[in-house]
Design a protein around this ligand. Sequence first.
Ligand SMILES: Cc1cc2nc3c(=O)[nH]c(=O)nc-3n(C[C@H](O)[C@H](O)[C@H](O)COP(=O)(O)OP(=O)(O)OC[C@H]3O[C@@H](n4cnc5c(N)ncnc54)[C@H](O)[C@@H]3O)c2cc1C
Length: 330
Amino acid sequence: MYDIIIVGGSAAGLTSALYTSRQGMNTLVITKDIGGQMLLTNEIQNYPGFHSISGFELATKLKEQAESYGANFVYDEVTGLEEDKDCPGMCFKVKTLQDTFNALSVILAFGKTPMDLGVPGEQELKGRGVSYCAVCDGPLFRGKVVSVIGSGEQALDAVNYLSSVAKSVYFIHNYDRPIGSEEMVQQILSLPNVQRVPNSRVKELIGDTKLRKIVTQNTKDHSLTEIESDAIFIEIGYIAKTDFLRGLVELNDKGEVKVDKECKTSHHGIFAAGDVTDIAFKQAVISAAEGAVAALSAYNYVQRIKGKTAIRNDWRSIQPKKKSDNLLKI
Ligand SMILES: Cc1cc2nc3c(=O)[nH]c(=O)nc-3n(C[C@H](O)[C@H](O)[C@H](O)COP(=O)(O)OP(=O)(O)OC[C@H]3O[C@@H](n4cnc5c(N)ncnc54)[C@H](O)[C@@H]3O)c2cc1C
């Protein structure tokens, strides 16, 4: 039985793990990877304390820090969460693809996941030319022909990056023009190796051991076109994959977990932090801060369950200075 299980190993989850394990809580982080969305960017320029740091490096530092205080890690996907019937109202069962784990409290910190296109061939060709991360997988297609589907800034960023790596880039987008700042759109559309496929959506992905062709349909005249491409980068946004939480904690209409100011969900003992929650701004530093709040709340909750003293704000209050230390010496 763990004191606290944290689902997710990125800014929110790793910060939670740092706080709970440092406080002596028996902590397990269950995560698919270390770094989550932060792995998708080569450069974070707005995380306090670092002028510039790659998402990978920041995640690695956060993990090492949490681990140094005793956090445990399991690499797996969480598929279910329920109250444990053996100790109702007191503890939880966390189910993964491989196993089941028990904890007194759970912190949900599993962020957002890239959206699928939902077209034939996509699932079968994932990892064989179908990618959701230009920065991560782009270098695998150096000198090849690649495509990007998406209409917003995320897609523009991907096209921009891939144009510097691939031989050429097909840019498939819904409308006449992609959506983004005029300056950015102009700059990307003028790249010599970028060919636009406007007013189009992807109908099917065709391949065998690897992606071979993309079938697109024009949204105006409904004509079909086949594009030969070594890879397709699906850059259509992110969603909170919270279906397994329905009926257990309250979600908003985007499927995000509703939390209060203490990162408590609608279910006692379950806390949430970061991009998976209904916070307004999705940023690494905000996820990390929420991770700390969720950890403090979960710590207090577990302490109360154990009949021990809970703390509220500052870890330092655990070891208060002796009053005499604060006296001015005259
Ligand atoms: C391209 C890009 C660039 C960005 N640039 C910046 C930037 O410059 N500055 C900035 O502040 N923010 C930036 N962001 C946003 C920032 O990356 C996110 O706000 C932050 O990573 C959110 O952290 P998180 O811990 O809430 O979730 P995520 O980073 O989404 O991580 C979720 C974690 O949960 C795991 N997970 C997911 N589902 C499960 C499951 N079912 N079971 C187990 N584990 C699971 C994942 O593997 C991952 O480890 C960027 C995002 C992107 C996509």
